[in-house]
Design a protein around this ligand. Structure first.
Ligand code: AVI
Length: 324
């Protein structure tokens, strides 16, 4: 998610190009949201998390702070924290601080520099912690590093990033996390809740226009990295609620009839046509509980903030081993 790296590798360039060309060839044009996060996009996203209108980060941080004793009790003594998509550090520190003598920390992220920064910061902050960064896309199939200390493994997936996955991806992700932590493990997952559409849309179309810049940056990235000629002033950021999917969607709306090229490929846009760039699904307790169950988990605890905007779920394996 946090791409602090310089140019794309050959493989990533090909993947980016084929995702964009294939996505723009569909009846509903679409580009996978992972490409929003080049260096500029990652900076803009960090800025979004500090906005008044974007409540999820604040609400989740408040829950983690308020529930430190419960988190400690839930994880038990000497746990190993496995974080999917290494975060900016505040939430990770809050959780590691809550835990009783954490033994290990395994941050997982595709962005090399970012991952190492996070790993080093946690090593410095928690002196006796065993830290092993894993440079992988958390959606790919991968194994835990060898030599992990003994202890209960606790998966940590904050930020409602699960909302950016569709139902099949979310289930696959939760199943893999269960495989990683094993039958004695546990998980802590941050999930944004369904609420008034007005509040949701304000979070994804903020008054300072940072989310609009974040979305439009995708076209700037296509121009720079794939040799595109998109006119950024001919598109507008659009956030809308999809009631059937229970998701806030980000789109780039074409303001006029126009063509844009990427190398030799030309794409036509009608006035009012959109490129779908992200879905951010929202859950309620029942909906998330059902998803978790399909992946082999049960909800042990569900902690909400005062305004009931966001929920941190503590999950246990459905087939937990009975205490010896
Ligand atoms: C990273 N992800 C959880 C954010 C979200 O809320 O879906 C990305 C984002 N998109 C627009 N604003 C924030």
């Amino acid at each position: 998610m946090h791409d602090l790296t310089a140019p794309l590798s050959h493989g990533d360039y090909n993947l980016f190009r084929s995702d964009v060309v294939e996505g723009l060839s569909r009846p509903q044009k679409t580009i996978p949201c992972r490409w929003l996060y080049d260096e500029r996009g990652s900076d803009l996203f960090e800025e979004i998390t500090r906005l008044e209108d974007y409540y999820p980060t604040r609400a989740e941080t408040a829950i983690l702070r308020a529930r430190q004793p419960e988190l400690q009790q839930f994880a038990g003594p000497g746990p190993i924290l496995i974080e999917y998509g290494a975060g900016a550090g505040v939430k990770t520190e809050l959780v590691l601080e809550s835990l009783a003598e954490p033994r290990g920390y395994v941050p997982i992220d595709v962005a090399h520099e970012y991952l190492l920064q996070t790993a080093h910061r946690m090593e410095r902050r928690f002196r006796s912690l065993w830290v092993r960064p894993v440079e992988r896309d958390f959606m790919s199939a991968f194994e835990m590093p060898t030599g992990m200390p003994a202890g209960r493994r606790v998966g940590f997936f904050p930020g409602s990033t699960i909302g950016n996955l569709d139902a099949a991806e979310a289930e696959a992700f939760l199943s893999q996390m269960l495989r990683h932590v094993g039958p004695d493990g546990a998980a802590i997952v941050g999930v944004d809740l369904v609420k008034q559409v007005e509040t949701l849309l304000r979070a994804y179309d903020d008054s300072k226009g940072v989310t609009a810049q974040f979305n439009l940056n995708l076209l700037a990235r296509i121009n720079r990295e794939l040799g595109g000629d998109f006119r950024l002033d001919h598109f507008r950021h659009l956030a809308k609620w999809n009631d059937a999917d229970r998701a806030v969607e980000m789109h780039l709306l074409s303001l006029t009839d126009q063509w844009a090229s990427i190398g030799q490929r030309r794409f036509q846009f009608r006035e009012g046509e959109t490129i779908h760039t992200e879905s951010s699904r929202k859950y309620d307790r029942e909906g998330f509980g059902a998803l978790a169950e399909r992946a082999g988990w049960r909800v042990s605890q569900a902690w909400k903030d005062d305004k009931r905007l966001f929920c941190v779920f503590a999950l246990s394996p459905l087939a937990e081993r009975s205490p010896r």
